[in-house]
Design a protein around this ligand. Structure first.
Ligand SMILES: [Zn+2]
Length: 233
């Protein structure tokens, strides 16, 4: 079974190009999916911060309601002052009013703090919205690029595949069977260049007999890895 090194070299080039093209063809959708996952994560983050912002707002509203209730209560107590029949009752009301005013003052401080938190969350929501917009923009860019590349890669695959089939037509039948088997098992690793006197795939040393056979264009497979060997140009 006689096969020239030039033919094997060309076959190997086609197999390697096809493997590379197919890898690129598969990588595109993976890149798109990775960006989609990222967008989903940023959406979740935004939703979480928005919920926290809403909680902060509700906390302020609740405290403001309590504050107004306290104001009403103090107004009511003040109104009752003139109707007091005893000094003791009057003093008790004054003490109650003073205590409520202290509570109001504490509540006002708490409201100021809570308003600060509301502002913080507003800033965080704006930031999360920015991140999401950027993530979406990047995802769209990648999708467009991958879609543009896809048809080019598919055309290249078809071209190289046709080239490979054309080369394979010329293979002697006895070699072809062995070649098909190795290609099925190893893909683009089915062939290897000889490096020095070693298989360029696994670096196992070749025997003198293998080298002399190969020089006579007799097909030789590496005894260690099974790759079909050929001399470099
Ligand atoms: Zn080998």
């Amino acid at each position: 079974m006689s096969v020239t090194a030039a033919l094997l070299r060309e076959l190997h080039r086609c197999h390697r190009q096809l493997a590379d093209l197919r890898e690129r063809h598969e990588r595109g959708p993976k890149q798109i999916r990775a960006h989609e996952t990222n967008v989903k994560r940023l959406e979740d983050e935004l939703a979480k911060v928005k919920a926290e912002a809403l909680d902060a707002r509700k906390a302020v509203d609740g405290k403001q309601l309590t504050l107004r209730a306290k104001e009403d209560k103090i107004a009511n107590l003040n109104g009752r002052l003139s109707g007091c029949s005893t000094n003791r009752e009057y003093q008790a009301l004054l003490e109650q009013i003073a205590a409520d005013k202290v509570a109001m003052s504490v509540l006002e401080d708490e409201i100021l703090d809570a308003l600060g938190k509301v502002d913080e969350f507003k800033a965080r929501v704006a930031q999360a919205e920015q991140h999401l917009a950027k993530g979406k923009e990047e995802a769209e860019k990648v999708r467009t690029a991958v879609e543009q590349q896809r048809s080019l890669i598919e055309a290249d695959i078809a071209r190289v595949d046709a080239e490979l089939k054309q080369l394979e037509v010329d293979l002697p039948a006895d070699f072809r069977q062995n070649y098909d088997r190795v290609v099925r098992a190893k893909g683009d690793d089915a062939l290897a260049e000889v490096e020095g006197d070693c298989c360029g795939g696994c670096y196992q040393q070749m025997t003198p007999n293998m080298l002399s056979q190969l020089k006579l264009a007799v097909a030789v497979a590496c005894k260690s890895c099974g790759r079909l060997l050929y001399f470099r140009e």
